[in-house]
Design a protein around this ligand. Sequence first.
Ligand code: SAH
Ligand code: SF4
Ligand code: F3S
Length: 457
Amino acid sequence: MADFQNELKAMTPPSDTGNGCRVFIETYGCQMNAYDSQAINGLLENDGFEAAPNIYDADVVLLNTCSIRELAEHKITSRVGEIRRQRRNADLPPVNIGICGCMAERLGNELHKGVNRVDLVVGVDSYDKLPALLADLTKSSPTKHRKLTATGHRNDAHYVAPPSLYPVNNSHLVTIHKGCDYKCTYCIVPYTRGPQSEKSPEAIEAEIRSLVDSGAQEVTLLGQNVTAYNWQKNLDFAALLERVSDIDGLERIRFLTGHPKDMHPHTMDAIGSLEKVCPWLHLPIQSGSNAILKRMKRLYKREEYLDMVDYARKAIPGATFSTDIIVGFPGETEEDFQATLEILRLVKYDQIFSFKYSERPGVPAAKLADNVSLDEKKRRLAGILSLQEEIWNTEATRQVGETWTGIVETAARQKGFWRVRTANNRKFLVADDHQKIGDEVSAVITGFNNTTFLTVE
Ligand code: SAH
Ligand code: SF4
Ligand code: F3S
């Protein structure tokens, strides 16, 4: 059993290893990385490093990376070159660059090779080694190439991000488990993040209590498959939601991402009945075709997914849904694609995140011919997006005239407005009337612009 209380967070007493060395972390990928970057900052500050505000004021730049699609990795490789150029153009000396996150885990020592090589590679379960590695790295000049690497999975490597000054949209991220035990055939995550390993409910409660003590109202429970949370096969996600709901002072609980296979009726009953739990379900379907779902090893059929959505609508008042979709999975026919479009018409999602299939080295689907052409993938992606827009426009129009209540999250891009989020994850703008972040506001919906609702005539 992983004894979380003795794990990595403040496990080491404060030290001055960092000696004021300034570290800037640039974060890519999913919220798990956003959380990890906060945790790394916490670990480093504990050891006498300082958080730098940008690449120009940094002694070390860490890129916390994502491997989910080929493009995500390409971006990082070119970003390394770009950082070096930007520093040169600003007449600054070379900087040490390190790669953390999923690419570090997937590629390891490979990242020490090539034009855009880096000196430091630290995988997702090795962040506790960062202070020592950085101290070692910064002893030598950034022009001298070093090959420092720490990778490999450890069940006990659970990090705790200290309360952040910059919660994501007023919601504090709390990772409740790491890794993934599913093996969806297209997905690199089980390889980069390793097997699923839970934080204990006590540790999660303690972490949330400390967030609430420092002013948090809302948390987002994070994991690749939060619905598969099952501490010692004895306390599942529904039970965890109950425990977290009991925390005094905490007002709202969101969670990301649930796997449809583990979204059981009793889990939906808990979401629906616990007042603090927000009625928004992000449930990636990936494809609406049973043949493709089978080849993806998603472990549910479209009928089961649709039954689950029906159940959720009954059990969770006001529930909204969002999803992820992959187009152009190996062998996806026009008929398979049409079956996915039909799911959009049936579920009427608030939001979809759709991606062109990207072959990842070493995953089971890499053995299948990537035989849907790029042009066809683009066409299908455009088809998905335009159908979603049409469906959403009808759904959103029906909201006009309703009065919504939500929490002020952030200043809107439009000057003089705040962005507000409802419990079921809808966003609306309100004119600035001296509100502040965290305030509850109500307004009548007058229109919408994409997925953002408007409240002025
Ligand atoms: N754990 C979540 C999602 C993790 S990754 C789940 O089980 O659904 C986020 C999304 O990236 C996935 O839902 C999927 O739609 C997309 N994705 C993952 N691997 C991909 C690949 N090889 N090509 C294209 N999209 C991919
Ligand atoms: Fe990837 Fe599937 Fe695990 Fe999600 S459930 S992280 S898609 S393997
Ligand atoms: Fe990307 Fe790793 Fe998250 S591959 S999506 S950063 S788990």
